[in-house]
Design a protein around this ligand. Structure first.
Ligand code: PXP
Length: 237
């Protein structure tokens, strides 16, 4: 059965919009866990637009499930991860002007930096995942640089505007799962998944965990965090 890690970044986005203390992603994480979430994901961006360093520190102390820290491939972020020791780190590409993470990592291009940073994190007992497009070359490269997991970027599938395009993107994800399985690479998935489009992805066997943020926080803003997480868990499991 697949797992659900709830991304609470956008609770922090609402807080930062006012520059006040509420709503607190730490409280959101507690409620998500009580509702049955298998883990909590946060993205500490270099520009600190939503999650703050204080959130990472407090969440590390309070989370009872697993903390997945998404971050850019920088020395600053690796130092923070080595200090706070999340259960897992997911390396993501980061652009200052993007609204959200737009594409997957180019693992081939950053092989030597990745190899070195993955090794440092793994020595500290942290599981390392790479956020990549469902592309065979990127999957092979992820395995080569020593990643434990890949997280399949589901954005193109979620944005598909026709049935044919949607099926083509699902097929790419299916092939990616099979390639990763052969290599022994763990498989997570996320980005753009919501209460409607997730069903077809859940139907593909092999994905261990889904990382979902925006759609859960959007529903939570109307019906509450507990209900939003329970509704998503019902689809993921
Ligand atoms: N996985 C990764 C690596 C991401 O960067 C994001 C966005 O922060 C997500 C999953 C969650 O995407 P969404 O907010 O669209 O559910």
């Amino acid at each position: 059965m697949a797992k659900l890690s709830v991304n609470v970044d956008h609770i922090a986005t609402i807080r930062q919009a006012r520059g006040v203390a509420e709503p607190d992603p730490v409280a959101a994480a507690v409620i998500a866990e009580l509702a049955g979430a298998d883990g909590i994901t946060i993205h500490l961006r270099e520009d600190r637009r939503h999650i703050q360093d204080r959130d990472v520190e407090i969440l590390r102390q309070t989370i009872k499930t697993r903390l997945n820290l998404e971050m850019a491939l920088t020395d600053e972020m690796v130092a923070i991860a080595l200090k706070t020791l999340p259960d897992s780190v997911t390396f993501v590409p980061e652009g200052r002007h993007e609204l959200t993470t737009e594409g997957g990592l180019d693992v081939m291009l950053m092989q030597s930096t990745l190899r070195q940073k993955i090794s440092l994190l793994k020595q500290a007992g942290i599981i390392v995942s790479l956020f990549i497009e469902p592309d065979i070359e990127q999957i092979k490269a992820s395995h080569k640089v020593g990643a434990d997991y890949m997280e399949i970027h589901t954005g193109k599938y979620c944005e598909a505007s026709t049935e044919a395009e949607r099926n083509e993107q699902l097929r790419r994800i299916e092939l990616a799962i099979s390639a990763a399985r052969k290599l022994g690479l763990g498989i997570n998935a996320g980005h753009g998944l919501d209460y409607r489009n997730i069903t077809a992805v859940v139907a593909l066997p092999g994905i261990e965990e889904f990382n979902i943020g925006h759609s859960i926080v959007a529903r939570a803003s109307l019906v509450g965090m507990e209900r939003a997480v329970v509704d998503m868990l019902a689809l993921v499991k």
